[in-house]
Design a protein around this ligand. Structure first.
Ligand code: UD1
Length: 356
């Protein structure tokens, strides 16, 4: 049995880590294809190094571009890769342009495709990620859902027969890294001389928040007025858009910093007073770490974090300020994202599905 994993953007490298481990433990051949969507070392290489993935087997070097240019370049390059490897499964991750390109290419070559993190929906058709999710789910042969809510969405779209609930693989890697960094001081706290518990960690990179100069200025202004230092781990997208729009990413309480490696991010989040983000993964990581989250979006795919009180949606400056200063949420034993052993179930499901 041979699995080809196609990844390209930072959150996919995180999801790849536990899968790679579980695939190798099962004695299955694993070919890792990096599309090159993220090419900055701090968005790419450090994840392969820190999470023990090794180097990708194939690197397409696609780089940045408009959606059509970027996705099209991946599509053009993947045919030859799949043709050479003829895997039993192509495994695609999440909701990026790399995901939809690989799913489409494999489906057209009649190679079975499995979608990890299937069934998430924001129901916001302005988001590029929403189109990527919907199209990937409908192209894929096997839908590996992280939550019951995702399973229900897939059933509503007529995809129940291809769906398996496996849990969330990001939880696997998060628990492992949390235990590794526990008790160690955060490198960010030491570098910036921060007081543990007296700063916020922020990430902002979604097109909805970065691409309109007025919106970006509003978000940056809102963060700059918060009651504690806000360390903005600035994705290259927000740095580029801010420079073009003349928006300062270091002003008032707001301090721009380069993105962090995964263990450093988890350590910084653990010591923080709260997270402010528009990232999908970080909302869930905050919940799993017991850190209150304020999400700068009008909706979220990870609705469980909201229902359990650990996440609130905040769109205006006033809502962001109210979100970060709200009372600490009530502790919960609920485990909507699984038990930290999702990757093993993913591999077993792929093995079982091949035998039918
Ligand atoms: C992508 C995903 C998003 C995911 C995010 C995680 C899509 C449509 N979006 O968004 O779902 O949450 O990754 O980080 O696939 N850039 C660099 N260096 C890099 C990568 C990007 O400078 O290594 C800059 C380029 O100017 C590029 C811009 O960032 O144009 C956006 O990159 P892109 O890959 O299009 O989307 P992300 O914003 O990273």
């Amino acid at each position: 049995m041979k699995i080809v994993s196609v990844v390209g953007a930072r959150p996919q490298f995180v999801k790849l880590a536990p899968i790679h481990k579980a695939v190798l433990a099962a004695g299955v051949e694993h070919v890792i294809v990096h599309t090159g969507q993220h090419y900055d070392p701090m968005l790419s290489d450090v994840f392969f190094e820190d999470l023990g993935i090794g180097a990708p087997d194939v690197h397409l070097g696609v780089g940045s571009g408009s959606h059509g240019v970027q996705t099209g370049a991946m599509l053009a390059a993947l045919d030859a890769v799949f043709d050479e490897h003829r895997p039993d499964w192509v495994l695609v991750y999440g909701d990026t342009n790399s995901t939809v390109a690989a799913a489409l290419s494999a489906a057209k070559m009649h190679i079975p495709v499995a979608h990890l993190e299937a069934g998430l929906r924001s129901f916001n058709r302005r988001m590029p990620e929403e189109h990527n999710r919907v199209m990937t789910d409908h192209a894929a042969d096997l839908l590996l859902a992280p939550t019951q809510v995702a399973v229900d969405h897939l059933a509503t779209e007529g995809l129940a027969a291809r769906t398996v609930l496996v849990g969330d693989v990001m939880t696997d890697v998060l628990f492992e890294v949390r235990d590794e960094v526990a008790g160690r001081p955060s490198a960010l706290v030491e570098e910036l001389g921060l007081e543990p518990g007296a700063y916020y960690v922020a990430t902002i990179h979604r097109a909805e928040n970065t691409d309109d100069p007025q919106r970006l200025a509003e978000v940056a202004g809102g963060l700059a007025h918060l009651d504690k230092p806000v360390i903005l781990l600035a994705h290259p997208r927000v740095v580029a858009r801010a420079a073009a729009a003349g928006v300062e990413l270091t002003q008032g309480s707001l301090i721009a910093h380069t993105p962090l490696a995964y263990p450093d991010l988890i350590a910084a989040a653990l010591s923080s007073a709260g997270i402010v983000t528009d990232s999908g993964g970080l909302q869930k990581e905050a919940f799993l770490l017991g850190v209150p989250c304020t999400t700068v979006r009008t909706e979220t795919e990870w609705v469980e974090t909201i229902e359990l009180g650990w996440n609130v949606l905040a769109n205006t400056s006033a809502e962001i300020a109210a979100g970060v200063t709200r009372p600490r949420p009530v502790e919960t034993d609920a485990a909507p994202y699984g038990d930290g052993h999702a990757a093993g179930r993913v591999v077993q499901t792929l093995l079982d599905a091949r035998r039918v």
